[in-house]
Design a protein. Structure first.
Length: 276
């Protein structure tokens, strides 16, 4: 628990924010923004209000600001993504999930707006169906569970091959050249209570992008997030607690030999040969 935050408030669903351990390495890049926002939410029993006061406002591409509103502002039967697109208001529940979603709007406003635009366009074209379709499905995966990775080619190749021992043991020194950005808000939520099998969807950042320049990264995502690319689900799985120095147990090779978590890549089935 973050000791400088208010204790849990009985009856406030967002009281769980007090359980975020901002000292964990995966939360470190979020701490400057997130810890004071969590503090305000706990003081006032309101996550949306805390997100609205985190800065003077979010300039979404210089067009308009987004406002966080209570979940009750979303009309019954109205699609969440379409409501955001049409009103620039983000319905927000008191809890970890929507708290981290709001932080991501603050940190990567252009990318979040791009994701919302693409979702709204898909809804407009296809309506709300029982299945989302490949593009909406990929957009949801990105928004909820993506890690952005800027990495040397050797690291990326080992990840694609699911060669976990090569990736995390043989290439361990290469990880000093890897930069990760946890983007997915459901992923961040899960990491409040970490467990070994938490797995993210990795989206590769182009080599020529400076991942430490978050404004540039945000702008690059706007250009790179294209429906045709997303429909291919351009993601690779990554058990997050395998990242070197993110979890004490992963200093041992045996940690990565757990095939229930670090699963080998499935061999694609060979096409059947026709009988002459």
């Amino acid at each position: 628990m973050a000791r400088d935050l208010s204790p849990k408030t009985e009856g406030f669903a967002g009281a769980v924010l007090a359980e975020i351990d901002w000292a964990q390495p995966w939360f470190a890049p979020w701490r400057e923004l997130g810890e004071p926002t969590a503090h305000r939410a706990l003081q006032h029993d309101n996550v949306a209000e805390a997100l609205n006061t985190t800065s003077a406002g979010l300039a979404l591409g210089g067009v308009r600001d987004v406002k966080f509103v209570p979940q009750s502002a979303l009309p019954e039967g109205r699609a969440y993504e379409d409501f955001i697109f049409k009103t620039a208001q983000v319905p927000t529940r008191d809890g970890l999930h929507d708290f981290f979603n709001g932080l991501c709007w603050h940190r990567f406003p252009l990318a979040k707006r791009r994701l919302n635009q693409l979702q709204a366009a898909e809804i407009d074209a296809q309506g709300i169906r029982h299945t989302r379709g490949p593009v909406r499905d990929a957009l949801t995966l990105f928004d909820e569970n993506v890690i952005l990775m800027h990495a040397p080619d050797a690291v990326w190749a080992a990840l694609q091959a699911r060669d976990w021992l090569k990736l995390f043991v043989d290439l361990r020194e290469q990880w000093q050249h890897v930069h990760l950005v946890l983007f997915g808000h459901a992923l961040l939520e899960k990491l409040v209570t970490p467990y070994k099998s938490i797995t993210a969807h990795v989206y590769r950042v182009a080599n020529d992008v400076n991942p430490h320049d978050e404004a540039a990264l945000d702008a690059w995502l706007v250009q790179d997030l294209q429906p045709a690319k997303l429909a291919t689900k351009p993601y690779e799985p990554l058990p997050v607690l395998g990242v070197p120095n993110w979890w004490p147990d992963n200093a041992s090779r045996a940690y990565y030999e757990d095939t229930h978590v670090f699963r080998p890549k499935r061999e694609s089935a060979s096409p059947k040969r026709e009988v002459a």
